[in-house]
Design a protein around this ligand. Structure first.
Ligand SMILES: CC(C)(COP(=O)(O)OP(=O)(O)OC[C@H]1O[C@@H](n2cnc3c(N)ncnc32)[C@H](O)[C@@H]1OP(=O)(O)O)[C@@H](O)C(=O)NCCC(=O)NCCS
Length: 175
C-alpha cells in the first residue's frame, strides 16, 4: 500500500504533534516533522544557510530516510524557513545536533531558538544524558544561541575536525 507523505518517514508529520504559532502577525508557522514532500524545500534551506558546504542531495535524502523522525522543519504554509536534525548514538545516551539552519532572510527572528528548544524538549523525554554539537569557532551567532541554552565549550576547539583547516568547537549540554 502506498504511504501518505506524512507516513513516509516514521513517526513524523502526525498532525497531533504539530505546534502552531503565529509569528508577529505574519503567516502562522508550523513546527513539525519532515515529510518526503519537503525534500526540495529542505535542500533549498540547507543550500541557503550553508552556501559553501550544503549537504549533497544523496546525503540529505538518506538522512531523511534513516533519521526522518529526527528532522523538524518550520513551515509557513508557502515553504520551509528552517530545520533541525538531531540524531542519537546507538546506546541512546548521547544526541548530536547534526544540523541547524534558518534561511538567511529569516535569521535573527527567534526561529533558530525555537527549533533548538523543541529538539531539546523532545530529547528531555528520552534517556539522553548529553547533547553534543560542533560549530565553527567563528560562528558567533550560533555559539551565542547554544550558550544561551546552557551549552558549554569545555572540550574546546578540535583542530582539523572536518579535515585540514576545518576546526570545530565542540559544545555539550548535560541533560
Ligand atoms: C545559527 C542560526 C541557526 C541561528 O538562527 P536564528 O534564527 O538566526 O537565531 P535566533 O533569531 O533564534 O537567535 C537566537 C540567538 O542566537 C544569537 N544570535 C542570533 N543572531 C545573532 C547575531 N547576528 N549575532 C550574535 N548573536 C546572534 C543570539 O544569542 C540570539 O538570542 P537572542 O534572540 O536572545 O538575542 C542561523 O543564523 C543560521 O541558520 N545560520 C547559518 C547556518 C548555521 O550557522 N547553523 C549553525 C551551524 S552549527
Amino acid at each position: 500500500m502506498t504511504a501518505f507523505p506524512e507516513e513516509r518517514f516514521p513517526s513524523l508529520g502526525h498532525r497531533t504533534e504539530q505546534a502552531l504559532f503565529a509569528d508577529r502577525g505574519e503567516r502562522p508557522l508550523t513546527l513539525r516533522g519532515v515529510t518526503e514532500a519537503d525534500l526540495p524545500e529542505l535542500l533549498r534551506v540547507d543550500r541557503e544557510a550553508f552556501p559553501e558546504e550544503p549537504y549533497p542531495v544523496f546525503v540529505l535524502r538518506q538522512l531523511c530516510d534513516i533519521h526522518g523522525d529526527r528532522i523538524l522543519v518550520l513551515d509557513d504554509g508557502e515553504g520551509l524557513l528552517g530545520y533541525i536534525l538531531f540524531v542519537n548514538t546507538s546506546d541512546g545516551h548521547v544526541s548530536w545536533i547534526m544540523s541547524l539552519a534558518v534561511t538567511p532572510h529569516q535569521q535573527g527572528r527567534g526561529l533558530g531558538r525555537r527549533l533548538m528548544v523543541e529538539a531539546l524538549r523532545r530529547l528531555r523525554t528520552e534517556h539522553v544524558h548529553q547533547v553534543r554539537l560542533t560549530v565553527e569557532p567563528t560562528n558567533a551567532a550560533a555559539i551565542m544561541l547554544y550558550r544561551s541554552l546552557g551549552f558549554s565549550s569545555d572540550e574546546g576547539v578540535v583542530k582539523d575536525y572536518f579535515g585540514p583547516g576545518e576546526d570545530r568547537l565542540i559544545m555539550t549540554l548535560g541533560m
